[in-house]
Design a protein around this ligand. Structure first.
Ligand code: SF4
Length: 378
């Protein structure tokens, strides 16, 4: 059982915090779709991709495609993969693309049953700082319209802790989320990534650096507000009502196989092989024109597999399992793990229940530090 991720590497404009792979040169859109289709055809024989449970169109901005282009991609997936167990089909979308007409056609003509909308904030001050292509009115209207056209499984992305986001704005963003009856939220602290406009502006002194203390305070407001209102924090940044957790993302965190199609997309065979496509639209198109896969692969070492298991598992409510570590990894990793675990337990940083370890809820703000203490470093 696995998932397919299809990367649509185009955006209307560059958000100031983003370092994902995308281009604003839309002239290659049609060629890109033909290349994605070829990759889907070429890779349908890989055994781990035999039974697909989730399909996820991410990016970039998948809603930049028109309905005919989306239908073309869905038809190809259907033609090439066993979809008898397909449950969740997600489209990442930006508010400015989600017009009533687009939403209506999406509902009628495509199998999309989950929308992940890049709202980020319901305030224009925040959106302007992030250089988003939409405004606050579009953010609100697109959710109302999606619900009107029958989309129930809606997730929104929100960003907290930006220089423009006051605690009052942040509380209002969460109140609006509750008012609008949105069942899933992915909320991220604004991070300053290399080679982004943000990094440049901070370096030049044009805007202040991010305030970590404010970020933690807003993270606590987030947790408190959503968990008191029926949401489960099932991963550090992801909150969902029962029945609305992202099945696709859960498969990443549980180390299951996934196929990543498109420039920069990563794949995992569910055991030890990871591969990734070139993060360049022209190189990707040129290679696929010759029916070649522009990808590199690697076999995870035991150390990488151990660290990855710790990192992914401890960020979720399912945690990591002592028995699984003892069974999967060799003596030196198990010994190291138990030694570090004992220290973390003494400091009350983790909870242990029936061999399952999770981060203590009061210490979630120290998640990254706790994870790094369990990492094996030579
Ligand atoms: S729309 Fe999404 S992928 Fe595109 S630049 Fe903005 S954050 Fe990045």
């Amino acid at each position: 059982m696995s998932g397919i991720y299809i990367h649509i590497p185009f955006c209307r404009r560059k958000c100031s915090y983003c370092n994902f792979h995308f281009s604003t040169q839309l002239k290659f859109k049609s060629q890109m779709i033909q290349s994605l289709i070829k990759e889907l055809e070429i890779r349908n024989k890989e055994p781990e991709n035999s039974n697909i449970k989730t399909l996820y169109l991410g990016g970039g901005t998948p809603s930049i495609l028109n309905i005919q282009e989306l239908v073309l991609i869905f038809d190809k997936v259907k033609e090439n993969y066993n979809l008898s167990e397909l449950e969740e089909i997600t489209l990442e979308a930006n508010p400015d693309d989600l017009t009533p007409e687009f939403l209506q056609n999406l509902k009628i003509q495509t199998p999309v049953n989950r929308l992940s909308i890049g709202i980020q904030s319901f305030f224009n001050e925040d959106l302007r700082l992030m250089n988003r292509a939409h405004n606050a009115e579009q953010a609100e209207n697109c959710i109302k319209n999606a619900q009107k056209f029958g989309f129930k499984n809606i997730s929104i992305d929100l960003i907290y802790g930006s220089q423009a986001t006051t605690d009052e704005h942040w509380k209002s963003n969460l109140e609006k989320t509750l008012e609008m009856d949105i069942p899933h939220v992915s909320a991220y602290a604004l991070t300053v990534e290399p080679k982004t406009a943000f990094e440049h502006q901070i370096r030049k002194g044009k805007i202040a650096p991010v305030d970590e203390e404010k970020q933690w305070k807003q993270f606590e407001i987030l947790r408190d507000t959503l968990t008191k209102n029926g949401f489960v924090q099932y991963e550090f940044s992801n909150f969902g009502k029962e029945g609305f957790f992202s099945q696709h993302n859960i498969s990443y965190w549980k180390n299951q196989a996934y196929l990543g199609v498109g420039p920069s997309a990563h794949s995992f065979d569910g055991k030890s092989q990871r591969s990734w496509n070139v993060a360049n639209n022209i190189k990707y198109i040129n290679a696929l024109e010759k029916y070649e896969l522009p990808s590199e692969k690697e076999i995870l070492s035991e150390k990488e597999a151990y660290n990855e298991y710790i990192m992914l598992g401890l960020r979720t409510m399912w945690g990591i399992c002592i028995a699984e570590i003892e069974q999967r990894f060799s003596e030196k990793f198990v010994r190291y793990f138990h030694r570090e675990l004992e220290n973390l337990e003494k400091e009350n940083l983790v909870l242990i229940n029936n061999e399952i370890i999770t981060i203590h809820p009061e210490c979630l703000f120290r998640t990254d530090g706790i994870i790094s203490r369990l990492f094996f470093v030579d």
